[in-house]
Design a protein around this ligand. Structure first.
Ligand SMILES: Cc1ncc(COP(=O)(O)O)c(C=O)c1O
Length: 387
């Protein structure tokens, strides 16, 4: 059975340990295991926002649009290498839900002869609702599951299951869908910033994802859209706004969309929120996605070992290459357990119907946090199970 001393040893040997100091840790006693819902605040973001507010906004005012206008593309280029995309293929804007709507709508229009959209019935609500909404609006039907794809226009899939952390084989599943003539929109929300995703190597053409989770961009920081170069001139944008217009300031009568990734933009970006995303992405790039992914694997392996040692049941895959950056404990009283954990200074997430989800964010989560969090769960379940 692994011990708290083992956790300290792993922390002492951890080459990413010093990155924790790059984040605000205002309550050192707090065991924060929810960085996969909202990442911690990088210290650097405070100064960067001060500059943007006092200099770029306060002093330069409207003149700052000279470099703010293409900031969604510049931040996208920063993110691109972290997900295996190329320069000019990623743009950071709006929310994951909105971006998903754009891509699914645009992808469906590229397969006008096919009337089926496929999604997992257990995927994140927005993913399912967006698919349902587009199907209802465009006269298509929704199929739950991906067994049969030969009549499917668009497959919508999360790379990492938001409940169990199970990872889909992106290479194999993209090839299978493309082979059947379907397009795939990947949701990287629980993968970006924690797994070394390689969209190019997988042949993936369309993807979205959040920046406020493992990328530490801040509450409500904008999402990202990836469109491979080969689809950029062809995919249609369902929300016609002036930021995707070829000659934005001509204010002309007709909408003529750009042919580059700027085609996915809608309206004025939130520069403050985008600055948060920029800093979070920058820090992730500096720390190195391969090293981050390796630590995520070690943290989650340690978490699973602890679950086994304490007799807790987990639904997270044991094979390292089949799991993302969290460990989920299954317990019939998961909801009340989460409430009790929060009272004791351990922050997990509850997910219906019976999951205590523990996010392990490699730049800020220590092995000792994983130990303390799971040991607290074990002591609480001992009491609960006796009731
Ligand atoms: C897998 C997944 N997709 C989509 C979303 C929705 O993101 P947003 O609320 O930013 O639109 C989330 C949010 O947590 C998510 O986890």
């Amino acid at each position: 059975m692994v011990t708290r001393d083992d956790a300290h040893e792993l922390d002492a040997a951890d080459e990413l340990a010093a990155w924790r100091d790059a984040f605000l840790i205002n309550d050192p006693a707090l065991v924060y295991l929810d960085g996969n819902s909202l990442g911690r605040a990088p210290r650097r973001v405070v100064d960067r926002l001060k500059t943007v507010i006092s200099e770029e906004w306060g002093t330069d005012l409207i003149r700052s649009w000279s470099h703010w206008l293409d900031k969604p593309q510049r931040v996208g280029d920063l993110l691109a290498p972290l997900i295996g995309a190329g320069s000019g293929e990623v743009v950071v804007h709006d929310s994951t839900t909105v971006n998903l709507y754009q891509l699914v709508h645009g992808a469906a229009a590229l397969r006008p002869d096919r009337l089926v959209l496929a999604v997992d019935e257990n995927d994140f609500p927005s993913d399912r609702y967006v698919v349902d909404g587009i199907a209802a609006a465009t006269g298509r039907t929704v199929r739950h599951g991906f067994e049969r794809l030969d009549d499917v226009a668009v497959v919508v899939r999360s790379v990492v299951d938001y409940r169990t952390a199970e990872v889909v084989d992106v290479v194999a599943e993209t090839a299978r869908a493309h082979g059947a003539g379907a397009l795939v929109v990947w949701d990287l929300s629980h993968a970006a910033g924690v797994l070394a995703i390689d969209l190019h190597a997988a042949g993936a053409q369309l993807a979205v994802g959040c920046t406020y989770k493992f990328l530490n961009g801040g509450p409500g920081s904008p999402a990202f859209t990836y469109v491979a170069h080969e689809l950029q001139g062809r995919i249609s944008q369902p929300i016609w706004g002036w930021f995707s217009q070829v000659d934005q300031f001509a204010m002309g009568p007709d909408y003529v969309p750009r042919t580059d990734i700027g085609r996915m933009l809608i309206g004025t970006p939130s520069i403050l929120a985008l600055t948060g995303a920029e800093v979070g992405i920058e820090i992730t790039a500096e720390a190195g996605i391969e090293r981050i992914a390796a630590k995520a694997s070690a943290l989650t392996a340690f978490g699973i070992e602890l679950c086994d040692g304490f007799g807790l049941s987990t639904c997270t895959p044991r094979e390292a290459n089949r799991r993302g950056g969290h460990v989920s404990i299954v317990h019939p009283k998961a909801r009340s357990l989460c409430g009790q954990l929060i009272e004791r200074g351990v922050i997990p997430d509850f997910r219906e119907p019976d999951i205590v989800r523990l996010g392990m964010s490699p730049l800020t989560t220590r092995f000792v946090d994983v130990y303390d969090g799971i040991a607290t769960i074990a002591s609480l379940t001992e009491i609960t199970d006796r009731l």
